[in-house]
Ligand binder design. Structure first.
Ligand SMILES: [Zn+2]
Length: 501
C-alpha cells in the first residue's frame, strides 16, 4: 500500500472510530487527597512555565546568585507531582481551558472561561468559595481580566472579551483585584466609554493606579490597575526603570487585607508573563519573571508559616516555548556559559522593540543587542531584525513562531558556536504552547502526602475542594460532542482555538 493510501486508511479508521481519538479517555487517573481541611487557600499559577524554565532559573540562582530557589526547596521537601494539561479537544491547551480544568474540574474546548462550547456555564471554584463566605483575591502580572484569573471567577464564552470581564468582576465582587489592563477600565479607552473605575469606587473599592497609591491606601477592598495592558516584564522593571509594582509588592498588599476576613479567603496569584516571555522566545525575560515569582513564593510560604490554616498550591497551567539550556563543548563543559551570558541580558525584546521603534537601521540594532542583550550580532543577523521591524518580513522565512517581530529578534541571536557559546545556548523551536506535563506542588501544615504523582489538571479542582470542604460537580462534555458543535459553527466565526495566549 502506498503511503498516501495508508494515510487515507488511517484517516478513515479515525472517522469510523476505530482509532482511540479521545485525548482524555482511557487515561489512568491518580486521585490524590490531602487528609485535612484548611481555612485559606492560595493558588499560585506559573503561567506557561516548563521544566526547562525551572532548570535555567535553578542554575542561575545557584551559579550567579549563590542561593537556592524557594521553589527548589519546596520541591525537595513538600508534596509535588506532575500535571497533564490537555484540553477537551487538543493535546495542547491554552490558559482558559487550563484554568477551567483547574477551577471547574472538567475539560473544555480552548478559548472560553468557565463554559462549555455549547454555552453551558460552569461554576468556577472561586465563585463557589465566595458563596461559602470566603473573601476572594486575584493578583496577576497580566491584565487582571486575563484568562487565568478570570477563569477562576467568572464565565464568558470568549476569554478575549476583557472589557466585559471587567464588568463581570464588578458584579462578582472579589475583595482584591490587582494587575494590569487600564484599557478595560478606563472610560477614555473602553469602546462603550463606561467608567469602570468610578463604578468600582462607588462599590466601595479603593482604586489605585500606581505603586505609591498601593502602598498608601488603607482601603479594605482593592482594585489596582497598574498598566495599559500587561505589567512590564520583571527584567524591564528591574533594569530598565519601567514603573509598576512587582508581583511580590502586589501580594504583600493583598495578603493582610484577605487575612482580615474571619471566614477565610481564596487567592489566586499568577506569574502570568512567564508565558508571554516564552511566546517571544526571550530567555532573560523568562528568567527574571521566574525569579520574581520565586521572591513572591518566599512571601507566600512565610505567610503560610504564620497562618497554619492556609494551604498553598503551586501549579503551572501548561508549558510554552520550552527553551532549554543545551549542552555545549567537550563533555558539555561549556554549557554553563549560557547561564553566565544571561547576566548580560538586561531588557526584554518587548522593551528593545519599544526603544528601536519601527524604522531602525543596522547599526542601531547592533548597538541595542550589544547594550541590552550582551550579544554582538553579525551584519546579516541585524539586517533580519531591521527587515522584521521595518517591513514585517520575518525570519526564518514563512515561519510564524507565535509573536512577531519579537520572535525574529530572538532568532537573530541564536547561538552559533556549539563548541564555545558566545550567546546564551538556550534554544527554542517555536513560540507556541506544548503538551508537556507541568509542575504541581503543595505547601502547608499537616500534609501527609509525599508524592502527588502524575495527575490530571482537573484534580486541582478536587484538591481545592477538599482543602476548603467545598464539593460540587460541574457538567461534563465529551470530546465527540464538542467536535460536532465546533464543526457546525458558521464559516467566518472565530474558532475558539485561534488564540495563542
Ligand atoms: Zn500562552
Amino acid at each position: 500500500m502506498k503511503r498516501r493510501e495508508l494515510l487515507k486508511g488511517s484517516l478513515m479508521a479515525g472517522v469510523l472510530g476505530l482509532l482511540p481519538k479521545g485525548v482524555a479517555q482511557g487515561a489512568p487517573q491518580n486521585t490524590p487527597y490531602l487528609g485535612r481541611r484548611y481555612r485559606n487557600l492560595i493558588v499560585f499559577v506559573y503561567d506557561g512555565f516548563s521544566w526547562e524554565d525551572y532548570a535555567i532559573a535553578q542554575a542561575y540562582a545557584r551559579r550567579r546568585q549563590g542561593r537556592v530557589l524557594a521553589l527548589e526547596r519546596l520541591l525537595v521537601r513538600y508534596p509535588n507531582g506532575l500535571v497533564n494539561t490537555y484540553s477537551l479537544t487538543s493535546y495542547v491547551t491554552e490558559s482558559s481551558a487550563a484554568a477551567n480544568a483547574m477551577s471547574c474540574g472538567v475539560k473544555t474546548v480552548n478559548g472560553g472561561l468557565a463554559i462549555h462550547v455549547d454555552g453551558t456555564p460552569l461554576k468556577p471554584f472561586f465563585a463557589a468559595a465566595k458563596e461559602a463566605g470566603k473573601a476572594v483575591g486575584l493578583v496577576t502580572t497580566t491584565t487582571v481580566t486575563h484568562a487565568t484569573p478570570a477563569g477562576f471567577a467568572v464565565s464568558n464564552p470568549d476569554r478575549n472579551a476583557e472589557e466585559r470581564i471587567a464588568e463581570q468582576y464588578l458584579d462578582f465582587g472579589a475583595e482584591v483585584y490587582l494587575g494590569g489592563g487600564d484599557r478595560f477600565f478606563n472610560p477614555e479607552k473602553r469602546q462603550d466609554k463606561k467608567d469602570l473605575y468610578a463604578a468600582f469606587a462607588q462599590a466601595g473599592y479603593g482604586v489605585v493606579r500606581s505603586l505609591e497609591d498601593l502602598l498608601r491606601t488603607n482601603a479594605s477592598k482593592l482594585l489596582g490597575v497598574f498598566s495599559e495592558s500587561h505589567l512590564p516584564y520583571e527584567v524591564d522593571r528591574r533594569f530598565q526603570g519601567v514603573k509598576a509594582p512587582s508581583l511580590k509588592e502586589m501580594v504583600q498588599a493583598a495578603l493582610p487585607r484577605l487575612a482580615s476576613y474571619r471566614p477565610g479567603f481564596v487567592l489566586q496569584v499568577e506569574a502570568g508573563r512567564i508565558d508571554h516571555a516564552n511566546h517571544i522566545n526571550d530567555p532573560s525575560a523568562v528568567l527574571w519573571d521566574v525569579l520574581a515569582a520565586d521572591e513572591t513564593l518566599e512571601v507566600l510560604t512565610a505567610f503560610v508559616d504564620q497562618h497554619p490554616d492556609t494551604l498553598l498550591l503551586l501549579v503551572s497551567d501548561h508549558a510554552t516555548g520550552v527553551g532549554g539550556l543545551y549542552g555545549a563543548g567537550r563533555s558539555y563543559l561549556e554549557s554553563s556559559m549560557g547561564i553566565d551570558l544571561l547576566d548580560g541580558q538586561r531588557a526584554s525584546f518587548e522593551q528593545m522593540r519599544r526603544l528601536l521603534g519601527n524604522s531602525p537601521d543596522t547599526p542601531q540594532v547592533k548597538e541595542a543587542y550589544r547594550t541590552l542583550k550582551g550579544v554582538t550580532l553579525a551584519d546579516e543577523e541585524a539586517e533580519r531584525v531591521v527587515r522584521a521591524l521595518r517591513e514585517r518580513v520575518y525570519w526564518p522565512e514563512g515561519v510564524r513562531q507565535g509573536v512577531q517581530p519579537e520572535n525574529t529578534m530572538a532568532w537573530a541571536m541564536v547561538q552559533r558556536n556549539a563548541a564555545k557559546p558566545d550567546r546564551p545556548n538556550i534554544g527554542y523551536s517555536s513560540g507556541q504552547h506544548t503538551a508537556s506535563p507541568v509542575v504541581l506542588a503543595l505547601y502547608g501544615q499537616g500534609l501527609r502526602l509525599v508524592n502527588l504523582g502524575l495527575v490530571d489538571n482537573t484534580h486541582v479542582f478536587r484538591l481545592m475542594g477538599e482543602a476548603l470542604g467545598i464539593r460540587y460537580q460541574n457538567p461534563t462534555m465529551s470530546e465527540e460532542e464538542a467536535l460536532e458543535i465546533l464543526k457546525a459553527r458558521p464559516k467566518g466565526m472565530r474558532h475558539p482555538e485561534d488564540v495563542w495566549a
